[in-house]
Design a protein around this ligand. Sequence first.
Ligand code: FES
Length: 135
Amino acid sequence: MNTENPVPQPVLQPLCASDDLQERGRAVAFDVLQYGEPARGFALRFDGQAVAYLNRCAHVPTEMDWQEGEFLDGDKSYIMCSIHGAVYDPLTGRCVTGMCGRSGLTKIELNERNGQVFWVPTRDTRPATKDKKID
Ligand code: FES
């Protein structure tokens, strides 16, 4: 008798079209549940790579955008929190300088294919809407 559990299929969440993420442009926001509580994520493109993080500063757990979808500093070189100016590396979410200590942003893994960007839920970060399985 086979007692092994089947390996769960990844459940990718549609986020946006690839074209919606312009190089160092405005971020696309999306709703998640972080530890069961409503929260927001954001995705942007930096050096050609689509990246996403929980919209929650490591200094004070608050949203960071200057205006809706605007996370980058004036030079568009770093993610900068609008509250007290903590600076994060856009590709890793690690703290570069400012009041973000040794912790960084909570990264949300993305999967980009066929002109579409999906985000990958985890045990801690789950979809705010019903799951949709992708082949
Ligand atoms: S809340 Fe982001 S730097 Fe203070």
